[in-house]
Structure formats: C-alpha cells, structure tokens
Write a protein of this length. Structure first.
Length: 163
C-alpha cells in the first residue's frame, strides 16, 4: 500500500490489515517490526485522521442466490422532487448504493436482484410508482474486474476461454 500523506510504517500497517483486520496488535507488530503498543498508537492515530474508517465484515450477498445479478440504474429526477426521491430510494431493499452524479439531477444506484426478470419488473415499478423519476435506465453487471471498496482487488465471475 502506498497512500500519500502517511509514512512508510503506517502504509505497512495498512497493507498488513487490509485483508484481515482481525489481527491482534501483537501480530501486526511482528509483521512490521514494531511493538504492540506502537501499533495500537499508530492505528488509533489513523482512525482519528479518518484514514481507517472502521473494521467490517464483508458479506457477499450474491452468494445467497444461485441466480444472483448485480445491476446499475441511472435515473433522471425532477428537481422539485429530488430530495423526496432520494429519501424513498434509500428505503428500497434491492438498492445498496446511491450516488448523485454530474448532470441534470442524475442519480446512479447499484444493487442486487434475483434475476433479470425480477430486475426488469422492479425498475418498472420504481418508474411508475415513485413520483419524480423522469427517466430511468438499467444495466446488468456482467463481471467485476476491480472492487477495492469491497475488499476484493480482482474478481472474475466467468471463465475466459484460453483458445
């Protein structure tokens, strides 16, 4: 790991815990050659700076469904209803992430659905039920090549032919 603005030792600590934040301070200290107390102090400082935002269990929801599909939805929102629509989208069970993107009242969402039929019905329901959505398009995610936020540096879902 090489994050600008923090020293080499802090970068080594982050590299050590990025895939397993459950390591003890002693285990981390052994890997980066400093004491348990020094690790604890450095990690506390990284937390206070906001470099370490938390320690979480990454749950792969898609593993619960054999026919899982990840999706991305783009929606243009009527500016008069923007806050109302965002509030309602935040309550939707299929949607896991909502981003306001550049453009005229545009929102991008991502999430999971059981299959494309379920997703298509869901998007239609959103469009016709939720007042303020002017236009909506959706796309199924075919493969994920990089997902740093999810803790996975490289995921390939389909097998690539070696022909």
């Amino acid at each position: 790991m090489n994050i600008e603005g923090i020293d080499k030792l802090d970068n080594q600590i982050l590299e050590t815990i990025k895939d397993n934040a459950r390591l003890s301070y002693s285990e981390i200290g052994e890997k980066v050659s400093i004491s348990r107390v020094a690790v604890k102090n450095r990690m506390r400082a990284l937390e206070e700076k906001g470099v370490i935002k938390g320690y979480q269990t990454v749950i792969d929801e898609k593993m619960a469904f054999e026919d899982y599909i990840e999706f991305v939805i783009h929606a243009e929102i009527d500016p008069e209803h923007f806050d109302e629509v965002l509030n309602n989208l935040g309550k939707e069970e299929y949607i896991r992430k909502i981003m306001i993107i550049s453009g005229r009242s545009l929102v991008q969402m991502s999430g999971y659905a059981r299959n494309t039929k379920t997703l298509s019905n869901y998007v239609d329901t959103l469009y016709y039920r939720m007042r303020g959505i002017k236009a909506i398009t959706w796309h199924a995610v075919l493969s994920t090549l990089k997902d740093v936020d999810g803790g996975v540096e490289y995921v390939r879902r389909e097998k690539v032919s070696e022909d």
